[in-house]
Design a protein around this ligand. Structure first.
Ligand SMILES: [Fe+2]
Length: 100
């Protein structure tokens, strides 16, 4: 794992995409939490959880600016690592969880 992370961090383009991929996943999680909310019965814990996931997405996105101001402006596939797997990950996790 150390070797992989060192490889990622040494390459600015890959490093930015890695942070963007993590940010994408945090944002996708936040959106899933919000999508599951009841129309009126939303408690403080649900709001806090969604807000925290959005904050994580924001924080990771902000870290990209320290590498390069012009890389990864959005979550389009060419700005993610393993875009297909990344975009399917949370849905696959939901399916596996339901099966379990
Ligand atoms: Fe998170």
């Amino acid at each position: 794992m150390n070797h992989l992370i060192n490889y990622i961090v040494k390459n600015p383009s890959i490093h930015a995409k890695w942070l963007n991929t993590l940010s994408y996943l945090e944002n996708a999680g936040a959106r899933k939490i919000s999508a599951c909310e009841h129309k009126t019965e939303v408690d403080l814990i649900q709001l806090k959880h969604a807000a925290e996931e959005h904050r994580h997405a924001f924080y990771l996105k902000k870290q990209i600016l320290k590498i390069s101001e012009n890389s990864c402006p959005n979550y389009e596939s060419n700005y993610l690592l393993a875009p297909y797997s990344t975009q399917q990950y949370l849905n696959r996790l939901d399916i596996e969880t339901c099966r379990y």
